[in-house]
Design a protein around this ligand. Structure first.
Ligand SMILES: [Cu+2]
Length: 163
């Protein structure tokens, strides 16, 4: 009985590890390159920090955001994503509700509940990975973005200003 349990735990661990090593790069990111008006590269690291916490774009233009995880800690413990919220939504309002709404490692902490508050979101990235999102800048105003890995919203927040 004990052996079965141990085997089971090893299986779970291996599964988690395999998931953590999943490559997370968008396949069609390159083909969108020529249509983009502005590219913003944001790093994320083991200190739970975004390298860019504010950027400005023009309404109606096509914006590309490249998120890079430059940390070393495995995704299961220190994953990062980029989630841009609609106008009026805040990182401090959205962040704490992610797990309660069903956010898990499996869905990259983007649960279906609350998705209507999101403009665009990247994949959850492990160390050395990157992902690209492309979107059209909405109407002028201020838009907050955050990492939805549990607890990271406290530090991993930023603001996109649309002029
Ligand atoms: Cu994070």
């Amino acid at each position: 009985m004990k052996q079965t349990l141990a085997g089971f735990l090893v299986l779970i661990f291996l599964n988690v590890f395999a998931f953590a090593k999943d490559p997370s790069v968008s396949k069609n990111a390159e083909s969108k390159d020529d249509k983009v008006d502005q590219t913003v590269t944001i790093s994320s690291d083991d200190k739970m920090m975004y390298g860019t916490t504010a950027f400005e774009v023009k309404a109606g233009t096509k914006v590309k955001v490249i998120l890079k995880n430059i940390g070393m800690i495995p995704k299961i413990a220190m994953g990062h994503n980029f989630v841009l919220l609609k106008k009026g939504e805040t990182a401090f309002g959205f962040g704490p509700q992610v797990v309660a709404n069903g956010g898990t490692h499996e869905n990259g902490f983007i649960p279906s509940k609350g998705k209507e508050k999101i403009i665009v979101s990247s994949k959850m990235l492990g160390p050395g990975e990157q992902d690209t999102v492309v979107f059209t800048a909405p109407e002028p105003g201020e838009y907050e973005y955050l990492c939805t890995f549990p607890g990271h919203f406290a530090l991993m927040r930023g603001k996109m200003t649309v002029k």
